[in-house]
Design a protein around this ligand. Structure first.
Ligand code: BG6
Length: 604
């Protein structure tokens, strides 16, 4: 693969057209028209941090390559750097068209090896998310050589801990890639040596000043780029952002902040949170994470649609009868009841994870693969949706159930949940997109905890074949046996299409079979965790998979009215046994729109 940098950890196996592969060195050829070519070029260069710049790079390139200093309240701004980050496209085009191949090589070397460092501070380092997801993802990136040469990781939390204790804590959850495992122990030791700890309060500027000092020591005078990952409860977000921005933002590089949901509880609180964050951060410094966007099959949705001729023409009300977005977990709140009870399943899963998948599924073709173009399309589709109404929602809550001599607890048995809680642990909803493409197509969502299985999938049920010969002649009810495309996001990733097929033999009997792309069988490489992709994107300044504030507003507008109504009317949830398939109300809701949930069929 022809790339400017041979160190990119992101490999792109799609074969390139001859024009695209030659253009990366000295050719002045325009970017290839295919989306692969475009994407490839972006990624091929992506291991080169945007902010570095070689003095040898031509003047057209120079002056564009430093990313913006962060305009923090304390005026900690890098001296006269460009106001906004150079769009990566411009940077790469600058490199490709304005430099000789020798200059390009020098620039790439410089960009990779010199002048800057990335410090990643995990705020809330002793929490569950940090231990289970963030540190392991950082290690996986390190293991795959995806982190820049100069980087430091800091854990920040209130707990008193030494560097060594943090390392011990982290090391318990680190694992090496199943498909590699070479030098695993060695790599782990090297990684842990680059992890440090700072104990402090989340609302103490002084404590962040001390952190800043330590960060500077590690940065050793290089251009400092700082990423803060806020893995803390929402009530202390703002204070932590205030302190980090005023006391520990970079003086001469970029500062970015990753925030985890919940982003508010409704439109009003979400807007207030955004407003407060923007007192201290520019929108493009805020990386709102929805980890479902980092999942492999969700990332693949656009590829499936926009790079295969066979799907896109069918992607509308003309051929699609309904779309189902299904999330189920086979465990309850288990210790997270305190958080969960304040939010419920609609806010926890539907308003973000399922809605994000829906937006990617239903959006129009973006102008390009650039973050803003994609997010513009997502916002448009969200804004075309009808706010959810109460009659289109079913809510449930799991109750205790005994099976095989084991008693599984009810939601309200969780010590952190009030005994009279009405918070839904299950919900089903019918949503509609009032635009030309999707008018009248029900988008059904279903999400629940303590159900019979753990699964996330998108199911697309197509209309029946009009005047189907086999319906008339053989008597098979092909209207029921509709074509269905299933995108199984997890576990055991797969994309399969259910078709009607002739059973081999001299007779004429039809059955339903699957054209099956089963990832484990097709690809030997282990699928990276969503957090790896998202952390790498944040380090590279790629915003495509993060939620923009207008997207968030649009998402809340759809759910806020019904959430208010459910709470005001104190709607009693339908109780379902722990480990069951959820409340029957979900079937009635689907039936109202002449839909059968695809995950309940005999053959799935
Ligand atoms: C989180 C929710 O966002 O996603 C949890 O808060 C849920 O309640 C989790 O369990 C599911 O994520 P995953 O990646 O395990 O499907």
């Amino acid at each position: 693969m022809a790339t400017l940098s041979s160190t990119s950890c992101r490999s792109y196996a799609t074969p390139l057209s001859p024009s695209s592969s030659s253009s990366s060195s000295s050719s002045h050829a325009p970017p290839p028209p295919s989306i692969y070519g475009h994407h490839h070029r972006r990624i091929a260069l992506s291991s080169i941090p945007k902010r570095f710049c070689s003095a040898k790079v031509s003047s057209r390139f120079r002056g564009k390559c430093f990313t913006s200093a962060i305009h923090m309240q304390d005026g900690a701004v890098a001296p006269a750097l460009v106001k906004n980050e150079t769009p990566f496209k411009e940077l790469t085009e600058g490199l490709v068209s304005a430099t000789s191949s020798e200059e390009t090589k020098v620039a790439a070397e410089f960009l990779n090896n010199n002048g800057s460092t990335v410090s990643i501070t995990v705020v809330g380092a002793s929490g569950d998310l940090a231990k289970k997801k963030i540190f392991p993802a950082l290690f996986a990136l390190y293991y795959e050589d995806c982190l820049p040469e100069h980087f430091t990781i800091f854990g920040y939390a209130r707990t008193k801990m030494t560097d060594e204790e943090l390392r011990n804590m982290i090391s318990r959850t680190l694992t090496c890639r199943i498909d590699k495992r070479e030098n695993c122990g060695e790599k782990m030791d090297q990684f842990l040596k680059r992890c440090f700890y700072h104990s402090g309060q989340y609302d103490s500027q002084d404590n962040f000043v001390q952190l800043d000092k330590k960060l500077k020591e590690h940065e050793g005078g290089r251009v400092s780029n700082r990423l803060f990952y806020l893995s803390i409860p929402p009530n202390i977000f703002i204070e932590a952002v205030r302190c980090a921005s005023l006391s520990a933002s970079s003086g001469n590089g970029w500062t970015r902040v990753i925030v985890e949901k919940p982003f508010g509880r409704d439109s009003e609180s979400s807007a207030a949170l955004t407003k407060a964050l923007k007192q201290y951060l520019e929108e493009d410094q805020i990386f709102r994470i929805d980890h479902y966007l980092g999942k492999e099959l969700v990332e693949n949705l656009s590829v499936l649609r926009f790079s295969n001729l066979i799907f896109e023409p069918l992607w509308s009300r003309q051929y699609i009868r309904n779309v189902q977005l299904i999330f189920s977990e086979d465990f309850g709140t288990e210790g997270r009841g305190g958080y969960f009870d304040h939010y419920g399943i609609i806010r926890d899963i539907m308003q973000n994870h399922l809605l994000q998948m829906l937006a990617l599924f239903a959006m129009e073709t973006p102008v390009s693969l650039d973050a803003e173009d994609i997010r513009n399309e997502k916002v448009k589709v969200l804004r075309s949706m009808r706010p959810l109404s109460l009659e289109d929602v079913v809510v449930g809550q799991y109750k205790s159930h005994t099976k095989g001599g084991i008693t599984y607890p009810a939601y309200t048995d969780d010590n952190t949940v009030p005994k009279d809680s009405l918070t839904p642990t299950f919900a089903a909803a019918a949503l509609f997109i009032d635009n030309a493409r999707w008018d009248g197509v029900p988008f059904l969502m279903k999400a629940g905890k303590a159900l019979h299985n753990k699964m996330t999938e998108i199911r697309v049920q197509f209309r029946h074949v009009p005047g189907n010969l086999y319906n008339r002649n053989i008597g098979t009810d092909l209207d029921q046996a509709t074509n269905e495309l299933v995108i199984r996001v997890q576990p055991d990733e797969a994309i399969y299409l259910k078709i009607n097929n002739k059973v081999p033999g001299l007779g004429m009997r039809l059955d339903r079979s699957n054209l099956n792309l089963h990832y484990a069988a097709r690809y030997s490489k282990e699928i990276p965790d969503a957090y790896e992709r998202l952390l790498l994107d944040a380090i590279e300044g790629e915003r495509r998979l993060f939620i923009r504030s207008d997207e968030l507003d649009a998402a809340w507008s759809l759910f806020t009215p019904v959430l208010n109504e459910l709470e005001e009317k104190k709607m009693i949830p339908e109780y379902y046994p722990h480990g069951s398939r959820g409340p029957v109300g979900a079937h009635y809701l689907a039936a109202r729109y002449k839909v059968r949930w695809g995950d309940l069929g005999m053959e799935q």
